[in-house]
Design a protein around this ligand. Structure first.
Ligand SMILES: N[C@@H](CCC(=O)N[C@@H](CS)C(=O)NCC(=O)O)C(=O)O
Length: 246
C-alpha cells in the first residue's frame, strides 16, 4: 500500500474502526432509499388545479425528477370548496398531496419540503443546516413579501367574482397590496445582484416559488418590471429550465 504520510508514522485508526462504514452497507442503504422513494412516488396522489400554487409543487417535483399521480380538481366550479375535497384540506385550497398512508398534506412549502426529503435527486432545500436555514429564510421572504400580496391583490380585484363568495375580500386593499409586492420585488432585485439563484449557488424552493408567481402575475395584470435587471435576468434563466413548463 502506498503511504501518503510523507514518512511520518501513520496514526493508529483504532478509535475510528468502530464507526468505519462498510461500502456494501452504504450501497444497500442508498438502494433502499431509492426504492422507498419510488414506492412513495407511486402511491402518492397529487390533487392539482389551475393556479400558481399547484404549479409550484409540479415544478418542484419536476426538478426532483418525480412523476406524481395526479387528480384534477375544478376550482372554477368550486369543487375544492366542497365537502369531499375539504375533508382532505380543510382550508379548501389547492393543491393537496395524499400520502401513501392515506393522510393529506397541504400548504405548498410543506409539500415541497416533504417531496424533497422522500424524493430522489439533489435537494432543493439544502444539504446542511445552514443551507436549509438560508433556503427557508429566502422562501419566507419571497412568500410573505411578494406572493401573498400578489395573490391577495388578485383575489380582491380581478379575482373578485370568483372569490367574493368564498373568502372575506377587501377590494379597497387590492391596489395597495399590488404596490407592496412591486416594492418588495425592487428590494429583492438589489439583494440578488451577482447571484445565479435566490438562496445560493443552486436552484431552491425560493426560486421555484417566485418563478411560478411571477409567471402567474404576467397573466393577471401584475407583470413584474423588466427594468429590474437582476430579477429579469434571473427570470429568464428560470424560464429555460425544463421544469418551468410542468
Ligand atoms: N397557502 C396556500 C395557498 C393555496 C391557494 O391559494 N390555492 C389556490 C390555487 S393557486 C386556490 O385554491 N384557489 C381557489 C380557492 O381558494 O377557492 C398553499 O400554500 O397551498
Amino acid at each position: 500500500m502506498p503511504s501518503h504520510s510523507g514518512g511520518m508514522p501513520v496514526p493508529q485508526l483504532l478509535p475510528c474502526r468502530r464507526v468505519r462504514i462498510n461500502p456494501d452497507v452504504v450501497i444497500l442503504r442508498e438502494l433502499k432509499r431509492v426504492m422507498t422513494s419510488n414506492l412513495r412516488e407511486r402511491c402518492m396522489k397529487f390533487y392539482n388545479s389551475l393556479g400558481p400554487n399547484p404549479q409550484v409543487v409540479r415544478m418542484f417535483a419536476a426538478e426532483k425528477g418525480m412523476d406524481l399521480d395526479t387528480v384534477e380538481i375544478d376550482i372554477m366550479a368550486g369543487e375544492n370548496r366542497q365537502a369531499q375535497y375539504m375533508s382532505k384540506n380543510p382550508a379548501g385550497q389547492m393543491p393537496c398531496l395524499e400520502l401513501d398512508d392515506g393522510s393529506n398534506l397541504s400548504e405548498i412549502t410543506a409539500i415541497c419540503e416533504y417531496l424533497d426529503e422522500v424524493g430522489p435527486g439533489a435537494s432543493l432545500i439544502g444539504d446542511s443546516p445552514e443551507q436549509r436555514a438560508a433556503t427557508r429564510m429566502w422562501t419566507r421572504r419571497v412568500d410573505l413579501n411578494i406572493c401573498e400580496n400578489m395573490a391577495n391583490g388578485f383575489r380582491y380585484a380581478e379575482g373578485l367574482p370568483l372569490f367574493k363568495d368564498r373568502i372575506s375580500t377587501i377590494p379597497e386593499a387590492a391596489e395597495g397590496l399590488k404596490q407592496i409586492a412591486r416594492e418588495r420585488l425592487g428590494w429583492l432585485d438589489g439583494l440578488i445582484s451577482g447571484r445565479e439563484f435566490i438562496a445560493g449557488d443552486s436552484v431552491s424552493l425560493a426560486d421555484v416559488l417566485l418563478f411560478c408567481f411571477l409567471a402567474f402575475g404576467k397573466t393577471i395584470g401584475q407583470p413584474y418590471d423588466e427594468g429590474l435587471a437582476n430579477l429579469h435576468a434571473w427570470y429568464q434563466r428560470m424560464e429555460t429550465r425544463p421544469s418551468a413548463s410542468a
